[in-house]
Design a protein. Sequence first.
Length: 369
Amino acid sequence: MLRTALLLLALAKTACSSPASVASRRAEALKKLLEVFGMEDPPPPPTHFKQPPQYMVDLFNTVANADGVTKNPDILEGNTVRSFLDKTQSEEMRFLFVLSSVAKNEKILTAELHLFRLWPRVTDGPKRYHFCQVSVYQVLEKDKPDTPGGKKLLAARLVSLQTSGWEVFAITPAVRDWTEDESSNQGLLVTVHSLGGSPLDPPPLQFASGRGHHESKKPMLVLFTDDGRRGASLPTADFPGGSHTPGTTPSLGRSRSTRSLDRLQPCQRHPLSVDFEEIGWSGWIISPRGYNAFHCKGSCPFPLGENMRPTNHATVQSIINALKLSEGVSSPCCVPDKLYSINLLYFDDDENVVLKQYDDMVAGSCGCH
């Protein structure tokens, strides 16, 4: 099994004796591989060990299998999910999330505030509350959030005081405001009231916030976006030093007899392992550690059988080639005819955890085209 991406394999096996040239080609290959993942530079690994939010890990496992291949393309809204932790680290119910890593071209679909409800506090006295109203406000004036024009209601809901667990509030309008005008981001304010509307002091309901709680239970903003990137119909890659037919393995450094043997084998799918640790990306990619991209290799001889999944065009081309009815017409090529997307769970430049889906990354099957 090959141990790195097809792009790197092609460059690593070039007949080049100069170490500097090999290093240059490898750097160029990594740059182009980053472009596939929509990045200019790889994010730096976190400065210290960080546990990703359990919500993001669970979401990845719901959307993808162990290799990152998408289970169902309709599960995820958009193609990117970002998580942000509160930057205030305050015991008060004020939260601030820095969204500078959200690209301008990303379409905001849904934004959620996730708060972990702690075990109920024992309330003294004869009056015991079973429910309370939790309200989430967008702060409009940082120093005057309690004035009539200082905040805007985003969500309000009755919350039970009998259990602990996560509460999720929709705050999409606020996040759209913040991404359009970064200076408008004055954070969020959360209040707890009785059913009659009066403030509860001290509030019987508490959320995990500040420095005294585990990282996995701290307030979190989850943002679902779409960056507009969609898979093209099998474009020809522009490799340094030449190009090759999509879906076929470059024959650099292989003997003529080996290449002849490949042409005698029927078109079929072969393993192609992409190992993120070997590429040097394991520091910032959380899951998967690598995946099998597969590649297509083999001949498309006349007559093309149904097992080779030929297109009508490939069948006609095969006939013209076999009968020599026209000069310069080659036989059909063995290429992927079904492609699957994969998902990456990783740390971005700001150490936020991101789940991103990439189209057309795994050859699902091969055919003669």
